[in-house]
Design a protein around this ligand. Structure first.
Ligand code: PHE
Length: 446
């Protein structure tokens, strides 16, 4: 059990805040033209993300087991089909796929942290042309594989060998420091003289740009950034003490996550605009090609860059742990593997699949799967399809299958009755309808 409410908020926020906020949010916002996309994303957080976050925590806390077994148990006590446990299977597969490329990108951040460290102690060359530096890294399959492997080992170290205690303590100090760094970067951005433009880009919607794919991307990002739809938050919910107020902790986690993403966006886009980079140019390298421009100019920029990328790696680490946990827990429960062996198997397979993402930028740069590079294809299927499908089923399960006596006990006593009723009907009708419409758009049904 988490010692307290704060411990749960810290763990869940550690899962939620990561590359999704600081790497993925800025680059897909850039690719989707800014304002309109950001507003659709915020609507997805409120209307889909938050209700599903409540649902996952309720299911986890009621079931008190790993997702598949919690779902099985709760469907039995609700006289429903045990097949609802399949939600857990989708979650395990989605987490496994996301972990594969997440670790590759976390490897980039480790590499940048190490690069600035070398520069700081005077043995590395400065980054003069960030685009070229990033391109050279992507071209080097061996180097990418190494950092990807190192990051995966760091994740196994925690999931399989149980060094949570130390990490928990370290993280509660390091994450606030990362936040301070982002705020300083925001201050730097405000001084570039291009802050207004960046705010306009991020928040002034150009509705003419809106397209169906924008909804799909925004919905996927809402799931990805809040760690929803794959039973990660459900897993953590299983350890939440019974007296903790779920509505309140849910809002705290979702609020903190959204705050970090918006601050990251507000910090990065002024730098992009000030350096005459097209804010709509996008690409997965966006933060790696733009932030070094700021670090090159700022006082103590080298030290600052080192700190930033090291702490971003730590944020990614706390997220990857929660990506790996469901699959590992499942193997431990359903086979006679030890926890170490299970974690090593999950990590090994995920590392192998990650090679497809590594090669997307070099050996296989010509390969296209469903019209995308291998990395984008894995990201697309897991984030844009599997997480929303998982979320849809979680909402239906919590809204219709779970007896309202249970959800009432878990939520109603902690919030005004009208708010509970609002949650219930949003979860029953609004959230599933929105997800179905967006997913239907992918299949060209509408
Ligand atoms: N939410 C994490 C991030 O934004 C990624 C993640 C997704 C973690 C799904 C767990 C489950 O970086």
């Amino acid at each position: 059990m988490w010692s307290s409410r704060i411990a749960f908020i810290a763990a869940a926020t550690g899962s939620a805040v990561g590359l999704g906020n600081i790497w993925r949010f800025p680059y897909i916002t850039s690719e989707n033209g800014g304002g309109a996309f950001v507003l659709i994303y915020l609507a997805c957080i409120a209307l889909v993300g938050l209700p599903i976050m409540y649902a996952e925590i309720v299911i986890g806390r009621r079931g008190r087991m790993s997702p598949i077994n919690s779902l099985r148990e709760l469907s039995t006590t609700s006289n429903a089909s045990r097949n609802w446990a399949f939600i857990g299977v989708i979650g395990i597969m989605a987490g496994f796929m996301i972990l594969s490329f997440y670790s590759v990108v976390a490897g980039w951040t480790l590499h940048y942290g190490f690069h600035y460290f070398k520069e700081w102690i005077g043995v590395g060359a400065p980054i003069t042309d960030p685009g070229a530096t990033f391109g050279a890294l992507l071209g080097n399959a061996g180097e990418l594989t190494f950092w990807h492997g190192l990051f995966m080992l760091m994740t196994v170290g925690v999931v399989g060998f149980g060094v949570e205690k130390g990490l928990e303590r370290a993280v509660s100090v390091l994450m606030p420091v990362l936040m301070v760094l982002l705020l300083v970067l925001l201050g730097y951005g405000m001084n570039t003289g291009h802050f207004q433009e960046a705010v306009g880009f991020l928040f002034k919607p150009d509705w003419s740009q809106v397209s169906g794919s924008m909804f799909v991307t925004a919905l996927g990002q809402a799931f990805f950034t809040l760690s929803l739809g794959m039973c990660a938050i459900m897993t953590y919910g299983a350890y939440l003490p019974a007296n903790v107020n779920i509505p309140r902790v849910g809002v705290a986690v979702a609020g903190a996550d959204t705050f970090v993403a918006l601050v990251a966006g507000l910090a990065i886009f002024p730098i992009i605009i000030a350096n005459n980079i097209d804010p709509g140019s996008g690409g997965a390298g966006l933060i790696f090609t733009s932030l070094p421009l700021a670090f090159a100019e700022m006082p103590f920029g080298i030290f600052y860059g080192m700190l930033f990328f090291v702490l971003l790696s730590v944020a990614a680490w706390t997220s990857s742990i929660s990506l790996m946990e469901p699959a590992t827990a499942y193997l431990v429960e359903s086979t006679n593997l030890s926890r170490k062996a299970a974690a090593l198997i999950v990590a090994g397979l995920s590392w192998l699949l990650g090679l497809a993402s590594v090669f997307s930028f070099n050996l296989w740069s010509e390969v296209k799967i469903i019209g995308r590079s291998p990395m984008d294809a894995i990201d697309y299927v897991a984030t844009q399809i599997m997480l929303p499908v998982g979320g849809l089923l979680i909402a239906l399960f919590a809204g219709w299958v779970l007896s309202s006596k249970i959800t009432r006990e878990e939520l109603d006593e902690k919030m005004p009755n009208w708010a509970y009723q609002a949650w219930l009907w949003i979860t029953r009708v609004v959230t599933p309808a929105l997800i179905l419409v967006v997913l239907g758009g992918i299949l060209n049904i509408f």
